[in-house]
Design a protein around this ligand. Structure first.
Ligand code: NAI
Length: 328
């Protein structure tokens, strides 16, 4: 029998945590034959609710779930962790300046990065979901000098999935017919969902749609502002879809992309496509054997270049701001 994989989830008592934990425990994160130990990290006020969720996890009698530990001590939560899902974060509240938001999250992600550095397993893979996800991932990574930098990733898979769904609706195709879509840049309103290399049932998506006004004025803003539209409709931010995207991100990272397709992940830039080295930006990637590679050689037209550059500029500004705050 396989040794269980240790999966640490922060913010476990939150709404994404509630949608996420049951799918991890039922085998959707790593595969139907991989047992898991769950480690839940919460702040003291969240511990009781996390215990309630753990009771429900017990009550599912999931065959793959071998144990649950709940703690407010990051060193314990990340001890031996193979996969870490950093979901808990400080949300932006009314009147909060960007600097305040970044330093509040620095107070969370810097110590968690250090705890990962000091306690996690050698093969640790980190996904940051909590916003601002790309820059929070950068802060955690900077605090973990002994962990290879490429193990720190940020979630743009929800944006990727949203874009696939919008493109499928526009073209009347099935979502499974859509391949090679890319989210570039930051998980924010500046993100750029790129369909110029995407395929719809084997045909180039941009040529098939053949409508730049729809692209610029409908598709891109619909994908980029979907989070706000969900809040408006549901009265709460995306939770089940965000949890689903986190499952997809890690599952693809561990189990690989399909032949003839790729996915989008926020990852440390190696300088590809003119994105400054070191910032955590979303790229088209293929994955295999637990490793990812940026898809190289894509032709970037003027329309795409301007939008990638704008999102990357925002990321370099966030990096500069956290550098100034001494967080990296
Ligand atoms: P929530 O407010 O329901 O839950 C957050 C949980 O984190 C709370 O239980 C809180 O006690 C906990 N927490 C706060 N600080 C913590 C710390 N230092 N250590 C451990 N736990 C801590 O929020 P929700 O809806 O679950 O969202 C979580 C984050 O995910 C937010 O930052 C949100 O903006 C982000 N998000 C990111 C998406 C993406 O596509 N990258 C999509 C949707 C949400």
């Amino acid at each position: 029998t396989r040794t269980p994989v240790n999966v640490t989830v922060t913010g476990a008592a939150g709404q994404i945590g509630y949608a996420l934990l049951f799918r991890i425990a039922s085998g959707h994160l790593l595969g139907p034959d991989v047992p898991v130990n769950l480690r839940l990290l919460e702040i003291p006020q969240g511990l009781k609710a996390a215990e309630g969720t753990a009771m429900e996890l017990d009550d599912c009698a999931f065959p793959l779930l071998r144990g649950i530990e709940i703690t407010d001590d990051a060193n314990k939560a990340f001890a031996g962790a193979n996969v870490a899902l950093l979901v808990g974060a400080r949300p932006r509240t009314k009147g909060m300046e960007r600097g305040d938001l970044l330093s509040a999250n620095g107070g969370i992600f810097k110590p968690q990065g250090k705890a990962i550095n000091d306690n996690a397993a050698d093969d640790i893979k980190v996904l940051v979901v909590g916003n601002p996800a790309n820059t929070n991932a950068l802060i955690a990574q900077a605090a973990a000098p002994d962990v290879p930098a490429e193990r720190f990733t940020a979630m743009t898979r929800l944006d990727h999935n949203r874009a696939i769904s919008q493109l499928a609706a526009k073209t009347g195709a099935a979502v499974s017919d859509i391949k090679k879509l890319t989210i570039w840049g930051n998980h924010s309103a500046t993100q750029y969902p790129d369909i110029f290399h995407a395929e719809v049932a084997g045909k180039n998506a941009a040529e098939l749609v053949n409508d730049e006004a729809w692209l610029a004025d409908t598709f891109i803003p619909t994908v980029a502002k979907r989070g706000a539209a969900i809040i408006e409709a549901r009265g709460a931010s995306s939770a089940a879809s965000a949890a689903n995207a986190a499952i997809d991100h890690v599952h693809t990272w561990v189990n690989g992309t399909a032949a003839g397709d790729w996915t989008s992940m926020g990852i440390p830039s190696d300088g590809s496509y003119g994105v400054p080295e070191g910032i955590i930006s979303s790229f088209p990637v293929t994955t295999k054997d637990g490793k990812y590679e940026i898809v190289q050689g894509l032709d970037i037209n003027e329309f795409s270049r301007a939008r990638i550059d704008a999102s990357v500029k925002e990321l370099t500004e966030e990096r500069d701001a956290v550098r100034e705050l001494g967080l990296i």
